[in-house]
Ligand binder design. Structure first.
Ligand code: 5PR
Length: 383
């Protein structure tokens, strides 16, 4: 049924990367869209992010590539070091990837959502949903929609109100993330031979496990992620123990000094797996459905990919078939995310990325997936 008189309506819980991507993709396909953000301000508090080809392809088809590129960069190499000795430098030939700050990515998506006609409401707290397509707000209002999207994060009220079961698997390590200045000249004075535009994953196992993932985000800003086992009280402390971190990574002293006076929070690695991502007219995307360890840098990436394919699947369905179309969407798309979660958890548990040369083989499946290719699920495909 193609109903020409009725504009289909979506209510989305959560104005993070998943929710905004769904909003843009749905609004561009003719839906009326409202996004609810619990926070009083529409902003992103995270630090930095690496986006891979799968997600950049989605963003390109949303039409935001020029704006995205203007505020992001492609580092020359993804370098891995152990005890400050280079073990690999990967150029990712032929594969698109970019680094940027999370606030910047958020502003690009918010602009696109508004340009596409979506309404984004701050200070609007969602407390639940029903499978018939009602979204319930804290203030008691009940909003009807053809499609409800739960993009409300790892503590999802939409998911929990529907009673969808999940399990959560932790890992021994975790991370504190900061945005700081580039400090390029100071870093170059300490190590003149280093290409400080590279992503550099500084692993360290001896005398203890303390890793710094160094990711330039643009000319001015640097994203650093400090990994330590949860059991290491000093290593996981925030504000960071500056003497401890600089004793292990003296070459990073200028940026660690700034991190020591920057607010942050330690997050333990963990994976969330749901019984199902959809129920009736409700679909879950992002951390509400598939939170993952960050090893492969695909948590937000998969969220945006799934937001996009969800919008396509919902648009292709007739109003009455929507629940079945969502089930079918999950059946087709979820296995890619499931495998990405497995691999990210495995890398986190084994600290396997410390060996370098990590971006090859099976783990590249997620990156190489093209969610915009209409033939991607064809049975005849052999790769
Ligand atoms: N890669 C990236 C990242 O941000 C993190 C990790 C790997 C880009 C931390 O969030 O292994 O923890 C990681």
């Amino acid at each position: 049924m193609s109903d020409t008189t009725h504009t289909r309506h979506a209510e989305i819980s959560g104005a993070g990367f998943a929710g905004l991507t769904a909003a843009v993709a749905l609004a561009q396909r003719g839906w009326s869209v409202r996004v609810h953000e619990r926070g009083e301000k529409l902003r992103e508090e995270g630090a930095g992010i690496v986006l891979w080809q799968n997600t950049l392809t989605v963003l390109d088809s949303l039409g935001v590539t020029d704006e995205l590129n203007a505020g992001s960069m492609r580092p020359p190499y993804y370098e891995t070091r152990m005890q400050n000795r280079i073990v690999s430098q990967e150029g990712m030939d032929g594969i698109a990837w970019r680094t940027m700050t999370r606030p910047y990515l958020h502003s690009v998506l918010l602009n696109a959502a508004r340009a596409a006609g979506a309404e984004v409401v701050a200070g609007s707290e969602v407390v639940g949903a029903t499978e018939t397509g009602t979204l319930r707000l804290r203030d008691g209002s009940e909003l009807e929609a053809d499609l409800v999207v739960g993009a409300d994060g790892v503590g999802s009220a939409v998911r929990d109100s529907l009673g969808i079961d999940y399990d959560r698997q932790g890992s021994r390590d975790g991370i504190t993330r900061f945005l700081v200045g580039r400090h390029k000249e100071e870093l170059a004075a300490i190590e003149p031979d280093t290409e400080w535009d590279n992503v550099i994953d500084f692993w360290n196992f001896e005398p203890r496990v303390l890793r710094v993932l160094y990711t330039p985000a643009n000319d001015r800003e640097l994203y650093i992620a400090l990994m330590a086992p949860a059991a290491d009280e000093d290593g996981s402390r925030v504000p960071i123990d500056l003497d401890l971190w600089t004793s292990i990574h003296p070459q990073l002293a200028p940026v660690l000094r700034e991190a020591a006076v920057t607010p942050g929070r330690y997050y333990g690695y963990s994976t969330t797996r749901l019984e199902h991502w959809t129920q009736g007219r409700v679909a879950l995307i992002g951390d509400s459905a598939h939170a993952m360890c960050p090893a492969l840098a695909q948590g937000a990436g998969c969220a945006m990919v799934n937001a996009y394919t969800l919008a396509e699947a919902a648009t292709a369905a007739s109003a009455s078939d929507l629940p079945d179309a969502l089930t079918e969407w999950e059946r087709l798309e979820r296995p890619y995310t499931d495998r990405c979660q497995e691999r990210s958890q495995d890398y986190a548990d084994t600290r396997g990325m410390s060996q370098g040369g990590q971006f090859t083989g099976d783990v590249m499946e997620t990156t190489l997936y093209d969610p915009t290719d209409p033939r991607r699920h064809d049975v005849a495909r052999t790769r």
